[in-house]
Design a protein around this ligand. Structure first.
Ligand code: ATP
Ligand code: MG
Length: 204
């Protein structure tokens, strides 16, 4: 279980962005999250994936509070793939960062072999996002946070990407937090849906 326990955060010392957020995600479960723009969803995602430290509270991963070596078990996929990938590297180099990347992941995500020899600007956003998703599937990944990962794509690409992702996470028993403003998308993909604004004031 990935557990946020009494998490509070502030970007500047005078105001709290949120206080005492409690939330838990099981492995193999897909939880949808929506909430007002600017309320702090991406900030919470960064805390859960260890990009930011909370001011108060803690993130507990399968009962452990310790720092994990090498690959963090919570992987964050960002909205804009072009900002998450080294623009100078060929995609083959980006993907080499993941040891033992399964051929199955590449195939299920519909990544074509010829794309590997290209650099990020030579792929479409949807094609590039598939690489970012593939990269999140490290053998040590236990949870994935998908922060608006398909909001810039057309409906067919959105459906293809989510179909592939859901198949992979269910096979690997990975828990997913899917953040989106598109409630209809969350209703299609999630096992349960939560409102971040209610989470802010909900004791556990
Ligand atoms: N590095 C930063 N320094 C200062 N303030 C920041 C920083 N990053 C974000 N913020 C502010 O914190 C608030 C929460 O931002 P965050 O990106 O977490 O919101 P969000 O819920 O993900 O919004 P959206 O739905 O629009 O993606 C916003 O008011 C934002 O301006
Ligand atoms: Mg956000």
């Amino acid at each position: 279980m990935l557990k946020c326990k009494n998490i509070s955060f502030q970007y500047n010392r005078s105001t709290w962005l949120f206080r005492n957020v409690n939330f838990a995600l099981e492995r193999g479960e897909i939880v949808g999250m929506f909430g007002k723009s600017g309320s702090g969803k991406t900030t919470l995602a960064k805390i859960m994936a260890n990009y930011l430290s909370p001011a108060e509270g803690e993130v507990i991963i399968d009962g452990e509070k310790s720092v994990f070596p090498k690959v963090y078990p919570v992987q964050l996929i960002w909205q804009h793939p072009e900002q998450a990938i080294n623009p100078k590297w060929k995609l083959s180099e980006t993907i080499e960062e993941v040891e033992e990347l399964d051929k199955e992941i590449i195939d299920i995500l519909g990544i074509k072999r010829e794309w590997f020899n290209r650099r990020p600007h030579e792929l479409s956003g949807g094609e590039l996002q598939r690489f970012c998703i593939a990269r999140a599937f490290h053998p040590d990944t236990r949870y994935i946070i998908a922060d608006e990962i398909t909001s810039m794509f057309d409906a067919i690409t959105q459906a293809q990407i989510w179909h592939a992702l859901i198949r992979l996470v269910k096979e690997r028993n990975i828990g997913v937090l899917a953040i989106s403003h598109h409630i209809s998308l969350l209703e299609r993909i999630s096992d349960r849906i939560i409102d971040f604004n209610q989470l802010k004031s909900c004791p556990m």
